[in-house]
Design a protein. Structure first.
Length: 167
């Protein structure tokens, strides 16, 4: 390929991002269809931008995670509902039950550490402030060591999609 490649008039990067986010929807849909039970040792870390339109989280969580947060779907979650545009789920944070609504467009990472699988997405542009993701401390969720999104040097199945344009 040449360094002088023309800019595409087809938004390939956006199409791929949407297709990969649909993978998250398919996986969550399978869990919903099975009655909300995760098979084997599977569990999910889902990172999302809290300021994206359509994200609904309680005020105490928005104050704690004003930009981005990571939730863990493992032992204690309920009312998982998956739609074409996103999902909703009940989780407990410091023994306070909370209902979250997350559009797929807000998701920046999806990891299943049990099988070293991960997807990382370009963040939806909300503002230009620096981003920092804190892992939410869900009640009863075990912390898996070493499950880093984007770390494929260990042979894990992490897919990072980043389309940069040459200027």
């Amino acid at each position: 390929m040449s360094d002088d490649a023309p800019d595409s008039l087809i938004p390939y990067d956006q199409i791929v991002q949407e297709a990969l986010r649909a993978v998250v929807g398919s996986v969550l849909g399978e869990i919903e269809a099975s009655g909300g039970t995760l098979p084997g040792n599977h569990h999910f870390y889902i990172t999302f931008k809290t300021g994206v339109p359509g994200v609904e989280i309680p005020n105490h969580l928005r104050e704690r995670f004003p930009d981005e947060m990571t939730i863990v779907l493992q032992n204690k979650f309920w009312d998982l509902n998956v739609t074409d545009v996103g999902f909703s789920v009940g989780l407990s944070f410091n023994k306070i039950s909370s209902h979250l609504v997350v559009p797929f467009s807000a998701i920046t990472a999806f990891v299943d550490p049990a099988v070293d699988f991960g997807l990382q997405f370009q963040p939806v542009e909300v503002d230009d402030s620096p981003t920092h993701a804190d892992t939410a401390e869900n009640d009863g969720a075990e912390q898996a060591g070493g499950a880093a999104v984007g770390n494929s040097e260990d042979g894990s199945n992490v897919v990072t999609v980043d389309f940069g344009r040459k200027k």
